[in-house]
Design a protein around this ligand. Structure first.
Ligand SMILES: [Zn+2]
Ligand SMILES: [Zn+2]
Length: 273
């Protein structure tokens, strides 16, 4: 008897390793590689779900296990497997998970028929979300420990894909680097405004210049727009410093005024102590 059951899991893990390697190549600049990441990821998901079904009974891999003569050429599809899982436990495959699986199916189809157009950002985030949904499913419903089967070369990519925070951070760092590169300060400027600062709110080096922000800066990770390290000018003497160094006063006209250490009188007060 052909042992589909025995081959499914190792094949699934091979496909996952391929998917991670392609995803990594995509992130390193080869954007065409994402296409193959989608195909390998789709294959991984299909095989791992089928494996899960055969754990219930090996004959369930066949389309009609109740036929008087078993047709071993007709096996179940990914959607048969998902329907089975859903019939067994209505909570196991969430609506969002299903929507992402539909997206994967459609994209895979388009790629295979050479008529796809892939929005790389959408593809990246959907692959990440799908992968986390699959991992959650495997954790709750099977004994498969995917993490222990990941080759060293793609372990970092696995961590990025399996952890939503890591995934978002990776994107935010990339975006911050791009802003920094696009805002090289003029070497002849004695007080250049820094393009990129450490964000006090999330602790990442992702607070960057942003024209749409009222403070002129916004964190690409958490959206924070404030920092004591933002460049500021003393409203009295014009010295360039940081916001944290200024003391804010309300003027008689009701406006806020930032004064430096000297102009605020703090220097004289400290000296007199
Ligand atoms: Zn932040
Ligand atoms: Zn001053």
């Amino acid at each position: 008897m052909p042992t589909h059951k025995l081959d499914l899991l190792p094949n699934a893990l091979d496909s996952l390793a391929e998917a991670l390697a392609k995803f990594k190549a995509g992130d390193e600049g080869d954007s065409k590689a994402y296409k193959f990441a989608v195909l390998h990821m789709a294959h991984f998901i299909e095989l791992v779900f089928k494996h899960h079904i055969t754990e219930k009974h090996p004959l369930l891999i066949y389309k009609d296990p109740f036929a008087p003569k078993l047709d071993r050429n007709k096996t179940i599809t990914l959607w048969d497997a998902i329907n089975f899982i859903n019939n067994e436990d209505g909570e196991a495959v969430s609506k969002e998970f299903r929507t992402d699986l539909e997206w994967l199916k459609r994209l895979r189809n388009e790629i295979e028929h050479h008529k796809f157009e892939m929005d790389v950002n959408q593809a990246r985030s959907t692959i990440g979300r799908l992968f986390r949904s699959v991992l959650e499913f495997l954790e709750n419903h099977t004994d498969i420990e995917v993490g222990s089967h990941i080759p060293d070369e793609t372990m970092e990519t696995f961590k990025v894909l399996s952890d939503e925070y890591e995934f978002r951070l990776r994107d935010a760092l990339k975006e911050a680097e791009e802003v920094e590169e696009a805002n090289w300060s003029d070497p002849s400027d004695p007080d250049p405004a820094p393009a990129r600062l450490e964000c006090e709110s999330c602790g990442n080096p992702t607070l960057v210049i942003n024209e749409a922000s009222p403070t002129g800066y916004r964190c690409t990770m958490c959206g924070n727009e404030e920092s004591d390290d933002l460049p500021a000018t003393c409203d009295i003497c014009g010295v360039v410093t940081t916001q944290g160094e200024l003391v804010y006063w309300e003027t008689e006209a009701g406006q806020s005024e930032g004064r430096c250490y000297y102009c605020s009188g703090q220097y004289h007060a400290d000296k007199d102590d």
